[in-house]
Design a protein around this ligand. Structure first.
Ligand code: 2AM
Ligand code: CA
Ligand code: CA
Ligand code: CA
Length: 263
């Protein structure tokens, strides 16, 4: 299967899904909670995931699908062609802000990222990458990341991690917050990752992300030289939930080694 054929098809179904999401603002959604009171899901998250599954099966029934809402398969390996999908990344933003959410799609072949897409639905910005061919925003190339020092960096960080918490020592995080030029928190991992890929932000870290939060974005960010790992500086694993950092290559090691102490 040629990647270019998959690419054309993936883009077309992502744009169709975006149209459907924008159209849904005129309807009444069903909003439920999942793991905790802040973990939201709507009927639109589920509908869009199902839309992708039907479209991908119609395209090629041998392709496997992993999606956040669990309508794809439970897969144990990344053998073959695997689509890793988050139908709405940033559901809380979708519900409360009506913006700052994205569709995330990563397509992996035998575990290697081949195609990545992040669609910022309300801005109509489609980021994409094809392995080895660079990354683009609406077909404009993203530039290779340039050298930056930590004191000039803007980092994406949820404020919780700089307060006492169960997952990470907060004292070094406070030091990091003081060291850098600024912090941001957008509430959509996919949009934070493409912010790093676009050079608007220089790092983003999270204590707990799932494969669908990062699969599309990491493909895009890799193409401009960003480094992704877990917070123990191990390679990312697309079958498990884990800690996560993506950063400009000039500050990745410094953040992980000097400021991260997991509990
Ligand atoms: P989601 O909106 O698709 O659930 C928000 O902080 C970011 O973290 C979003 O990208 C969100 O994805 C992700 N996230 C992962 N696990 C989450 C959880 N249990 N609750 C809320 N957001 C979660
Ligand atoms: Ca969710
Ligand atoms: Ca997500
Ligand atoms: Ca989601």
């Amino acid at each position: 299967m040629e990647l270019s054929k998959i690419d054309v098809y993936a883009k077309s179904i992502i744009l169709q899904a975006g149209d459907r999401i924008r159209q849904s603002f005129s309807e009444k959604w069903t909003i439920e909670t999942k793991a905790d009171a802040n973990d939201l899901v709507t009927n639109i998250d589920r509908e869009i995931e199902l839309f992708f599954i039907e479209k991908i099966r119609a395209f090629n029934s041998s392709h496997k699908i992993i999606g956040e809402e669990g309508m794809g398969e439970k897969i144990q390996s990344l053998d073959g062609v695997v689509w890793i999908i988050d139908p709405i990344d940033g559901t809380m933003n979708f519900v409360r802000q009506h913006r700052n959410f994205a569709i995330s799609v990563g397509i992996y072949v035998d575990g290697i990222g081949k195609l990545g897409y992040i669609y910022d639905v309300m801005r109509d910005h489609l980021y994409h990458a094809i392995e080895g061919q660079g990354a683009y925003m609406n077909d404009q190339p993203l530039k290779t990341l340039e050298e930056i020092s930590l004191d000039k960096a803007i980092i994406g960080l949820n404020a919780v991690w700089a307060t006492p918490n169960k997952r990470i020592k907060h004292e070094p995080m406070i030091e990091l917050v003081h060291k850098v030029r600024g912090t941001r928190s957008y509430g959509s991992a996919a949009l934070e990752i493409v912010s790093v890929a676009s050079g608007r932000m220089d790092a983003y870290l999270s204590m707990r992300l799932s494969p669908w939060d990062i699969a599309g974005g990491v493909m895009i960010a890799n193409e401009v030289g960003a480094i992704a790992s877990n917070l123990e500086n191990q390679p990312i694993n697309l079958l498990e939930r884990d800690t996560f950092i993506i950063a400009n290559p000039f500050i990745h090691k410094e953040i992980v080694e000097n400021y991260i102490e997991l509990k």
